[in-house]
Design a protein around this ligand. Sequence first.
Ligand code: ATP
Ligand code: MG
Length: 140
Amino acid sequence: MAIERTFSIIKPDATRRNITGKIITKFEEAGLRVVAQRRIKMTTEQAESFYGVHRERPFFNDLVAFMTSGPVVVQVLEGENAVARNREVMGATNPADAADGTIRKEFAESIEANSVHGSDAPETAAEEIAFFFKDEEVVG
Ligand code: ATP
Ligand code: MG
């Protein structure tokens, strides 16, 4: 199995509740390693561009408002099969559907305030990593 990298965000609902460490522990226990990390406040322009694929969805404006409502932690996670592994440990988008032991089951507040983002494919992972990090900021 190849070593992959994926992009992850710890969302404002989680930074607000001071549970970033608990969430990072979940990633580490799942065999993922943090190889880049920064705490930022996303601008509206960044959030609109980052979630551009959802521009036509009814929840788009709310999502952008939520993602800019407080600090987030942007990070790159590395490990075997990292894209899928990360999605597994995150759990389903809606915490009501998320499996036991997943981050969203344990920590998410709602389908919108669901604590974490993770890339959905290797191609989007590469794009999302490049959106937030320079090559030299990712240290494996
Ligand atoms: P993410 O892209 O954040 O990792 P995801 O891939 O599980 O999550 P998407 O369908 O890409 O889910 O939706 C992106 C984000 O938009 C969700 O994580 C959530 O914050 C928000 N969202 C998705 N569906 C809804 C909805 N029906 N109502 C409100 N917010 C939603
Ligand atoms: Mg998504």
